[in-house]
Design a protein around this ligand. Structure first.
Ligand SMILES: [Zn+2]
Length: 212
């Protein structure tokens, strides 16, 4: 049974790339590790790309990628967000963590991760989408809206603004790959218990953590 956790503001900032004191981030990460009784949480240097990295007991350092997968039960995987979608993939024998913002929803990172997990033997995958910006709060300019909706119709919304529905588009991709999808349905911009880049710009990062 996979263990899944979504942190919020109360766990402090867990991102070491957003101008916070490195010491503070280290303390917050240490507290999370203790709180969850884990021995290792693997973070990544997220770059809005479509690289997936397999983590095992020999892995060291922080890989530059936007998804992590592992078959090692002693390693938890983390994705850091503040509006982007954290997508955790559970299965009996493989865990996955995906960072999927607007770029991730359109660059193939979701399918890449599911394929990599299948290669490692996952057959019963389920997706869990954590707190993320909702369609009502995610407006982009008209040109971007038209370009992206032409390629990914699931991103479309029906209001008169140029709002994209990242959660619907990600869910559709996951379902298309045969997964059941659960979403916590919490909007980071509207709920102040979570960090939101759109609400604050200079803000912390929450973590979505999974281990098998
Ligand atoms: Zn919202």
């Amino acid at each position: 049974m996979a263990r899944i956790t979504f942190t919020g503001v109360s766990s402090g900032n867990l991102g070491d790339h957003v101008g916070d004191e490195p010491g503070t981030v280290e303390i917050n990460r240490g507290q999370l590790l203790t709180q969850l009784s884990l021995t290792k949480i693997q973070y990544m240097n997220q770059v809005h790309g479509n690289e997936v990295v397999v983590i095992d007991s020999n892995s060291s350092g922080i890989p530059t990628c936007d998804a992590l997968v592992t078959t090692d039960k002693s390693i938890a995987l983390a994705v850091l967000t503040a509006d982007c979608l954290p997508i955790l993939i559970s299965s009996q024998s493989v865990a996955g963590a995906i960072h999927a913002g607007r770029k991730g929803v359109t660059n193939g990172i979701i399918a890449n991760t599911i394929h990599q997990m299948a290669k490692l033997g996952a057959s019963d995958m389920q997706a869990h989408i954590g707190p993320a910006i909702c369609a009502n709060c995610y407006e982009v300019d008209r040109k971007m809206y038209e370009e992206l909706v032409a390629r990914f119709p699931e991103l479309a919304t029906e209001n008169s603004m140029n709002n994209l529905d990242l959660i619907a588009a990600a869910s559709s991709q996951l379902q298309g790959l045969g997964l059941q999808v659960q979403s916590v349905d919490i909007c980071t911009k509207e709920c102040r218990d979570f960090f939101s880049y759109r609400r604050e710009t200079n803000t912390g990062r929450q973590a979505a953590v999974i281990s098998i």
